[in-house]
Design a protein around this ligand. Structure first.
Ligand SMILES: Nc1ncnc2c1ncn2[C@@H]1O[C@H](COP(=O)(O)OP(=O)(O)OP(=O)(O)O)[C@@H](O)[C@H]1O
Ligand SMILES: [Mg+2]
Length: 280
């Protein structure tokens, strides 16, 4: 909460207000109404440009539901997601398509999220193709190729890698390709849903360091989702703790680590391995 006050002078990039998502489960009886699952029960937070917010919580707490709603890949039952002052869920399809250049996503599993039949050039350029023609977007094959090469270099890969297929890369390199794909539209916000949990611990630190460097260089903001408090602590200015679809605690990572108030946060902190040099 302190962090929110400190950054109030910045531009408000993302504002999520009273966000709810209820799923209807398949009916199990003719006589009873379908059961409802309340995946998010009224979540509110704001994120200033250039800052990063961590979202932690155990499996089923609503993290990916939140990510999908912020990315406008799913529709809320109630509440709003404003990006730079515009409610994404009230935009027309053309406006939403154009707005997508400002927010991109990195998924958990770089083996599932990169199409094995496509070359890296096409994978990384894909968000540009979805945007359609817009002022400032590269026109023509050569311009797109140059933009892809620049994005690959930005994430520590080589420009020549654009002719390769995903299977020619390690897990960490694949996640770099996924990050290059997210960067290609020069977004303001990246929603990262467990971006390192499918990777070996030694590789996790490299990818997290890369994300941190990119944030400094490009002034990006992250909504960074993880079940592991240790993973978010170096990257995020503030963290919210989700439990059964509600925010039960929020604060700086230091505060949550050293003085967790909610019993659920205390349990999350206890679950963090205390190995010397863990991750960083
Ligand atoms: N399409 C859906 N239909 C029905 N229930 C769903 C659907 N998607 C998610 N849920 C339920 O909503 C709740 C929150 O799910 P969500 O995937 O957001 O959790 P999560 O925090 O991302 O978990 P994990 O750490 O396992 O990825 C869970 O109880 C889940 O079973
Ligand atoms: Mg999830």
């Amino acid at each position: 909460m302190i962090a929110v006050q400190n950054i109030a002078s910045g531009v408000e990039l993302l504002k999520v207000a009273e966000l709810k998502r209820t799923y209807s489960l398949p009916r199990t009886s003719l006589w009873r109404p379908a059961a409802q699952r309340h995946a998010l029960r009224g979540v509110s937070f704001a994120l200033q440009a250039g800052r990063s917010l961590g979202v932690v919580g155990e499996s089923g707490s609503g993290k990916s539901t939140l990510a999908r709603l912020v990315m406008a890949l799913d529709t809320p039952t109630a509440g709003s997601v404003e990006l730079l002052g515009r409610d994404l869920h009230r935009l027309g399809s053309q406006e939403l398509r154009a707005a997508r250049r400002h927010f991109q996503m990195v998924f958990q599993d770089p083996y599932a999220s990169l199409d094995p039949r496509m070359r890296v050039e096409r994978i990384v350029a894909e968000p540009l193709a979805h945007l359609g023609r817009q002022p400032g977007s590269p026109a023509g094959r050569e311009a797109v190729r140059a933009r892809v090469q620049a994005a690959l270099e930005q994430v520590g890969l080589r420009a020549q890698d654009l002719d390769k297929y995903p299977h020619e890369f390690s897990g960490g390199q694949r996640q770099r390709v996924a990050i290059a794909r997210a960067l290609i539209t020069r977004p303001r916000l990246i929603v990262a849903d467990e971006p390192v949990s499918a990777l070996d611990v030694s590789v996790q630190a490299q990818v997290l360091n890369l994300m941190q460097d990119l944030q400094r260089e490009l002034g990006l903001s992250y909504l960074f989702i993880s079940h592991d408090l240790a993973v978010v602590q170096h990257l995020c200015d503030e963290v919210i703790v989700l439990h059964q679809g509600c925010i039960v605690e929020r604060g700086t990572p230091q505060k949550l680590f050293h003085a967790p108030e909610h019993p659920y946060t205390q349990a999350l902190v206890r679950a963090v391995p205390r190995l010397p040099g863990h991750l960083f």
